[in-house]
Design a protein around this ligand. Structure first.
Ligand code: NAD
Length: 298
């Protein structure tokens, strides 16, 4: 039978991901600082312990799914962190979206303890996490990829090897920078068209048969009523939060600064999403930039 897999961070994404591991017959040992988050997987048979060190004491394969960089540092290197109790030969996989330079630091600290760390951030939201359709972008030693893939393929449809540790994060933040730019561009374009008297559904149809087409225009349109079953039609609830998008754009800015790479539109997108957070949009889906622009109209 399969040995216990550790899971740390049972939030919006971690909950359905851990459930899919359980579905595939992996016994789970898990923890989260917010006890309420543990209830569902506990009822499904997962063992819940007090902190990450206790997880590492029992399991030699651990997945972490945490909000942001400081939480990852805490969970790995803090006083009750994984590295306090990690077993030699353990495989540690972080699926949070964080600063790639921190992934490299945590990998080095893990190696000192005889463990292997890989970064494996995901694209796809809560829906994709529930239906095991996530895409994992994996960075780390290629020799360990097969072992990581065994677990990740229970939670995702695509598991892509990107290169050395940190490159999974690099791929993720590049994608999200383009996504943010595309969403803002789609929103201001749709708004202009509406102001010029075009029906939004017709405008979207024309964009989507023309060269302006992108994921934000054809799959996740920010104008309510254009596409069914997306957050714009549900007062921008659910989906991918503006605050998380602002975080990812900040990560892209840090890496661009460190590598002296010009990213003018990524920078502007970051500022726009930060302003939205300050104006009450933090927990709305990031497509609410359409609504934000409407409020700015003269
Ligand atoms: P979330 O805030 O819903 O869940 C994170 C969980 O981690 C929470 O339950 C929190 O209590 C727990 N946690 C925080 N600090 C902890 C600690 N020290 N020890 C144990 N548990 C701790 O976030 P989420 O939406 O699940 O996102 C997780 C990551 O995935 C983020 O980095 C996010 O950017 C990324 N991501 C999210 C989505 C999405 O659509 N939500 C999509 C792709 C990627």
């Amino acid at each position: 039978s399969k040995t216990q897999v550790g899971f740390i961070g049972l939030g919006n994404m971690g909950n359905p991901m851990a459930k899919n591991l359980l579905k595939h017959g992996y016994p789970i040992i898990a923890t989260d600082v917010f006890p309420e988050s543990c209830k569902e997987v506990q009822e499904l048979g997962a063992q819940i312990v007090d902190n990450p060190a206790e997880v590492a004491d029992k399991a030699d394969r651990i997945i972490t799914m945490l909000p942001s960089t400081p939480n990852v540092i805490d969970v790995y290197t803090g006083p009750n962190g994984i590295l306090k109790k990690v077993k030699k030969g353990s495989l540690l996989i972080d699926s949070s979206t964080i600063d790639p330079s921190v992934s490299k630091e945590v990998a080095a600290a893990s190696e000192k303890m005889g463990a292997v760390f890989m970064d494996a951030p995901v694209s796809g939201g809560v829906g994709a996490a529930s239906s095991a359709k996530l895409t994992f972008m994996v960075g780390g030693a290629e020799a360990e990829f097969t072992a990581a893939k065994e677990l990740l393929s229970c939670m995702g449809a695509n598991v892509v090897y990107c290169g050395q540790v940190g490159t999974g994060q690099a791929a993720k933040i590049c994608n999200n920078m383009l996504l943010a730019i595309g969403m803002i561009g789609t929103s201001e374009t749709m708004n202009l068209g509406i102001r010029l008297g075009l029906d939004p559904k017709l405008l979207a149809k024309i964009l989507n048969m023309s060269s302006g087409r992108c994921w934000s225009s054809d799959t996740y349109n920010p104008v309510p009523g254009v596409v069914e079953g997306v957050p714009s039609g549900n007062n921008y609830q659910g989906g991918f939060g503006t605050q998380l998008m602002a975080k990812d754009l900040g990560l892209a800015q840090n890496t661009a600064t460190n590598t002296k790479t010009p990213v003018p539109l990524g920078s502007l997108a970051h500022q726009i999403y930060r302003m939205m957070c300050a104006r009450g949009y933090a927990s709305k889906d990031f497509s609410s930039v359409f609504q934000f622009l409407r409020e700015e109209e003269g």
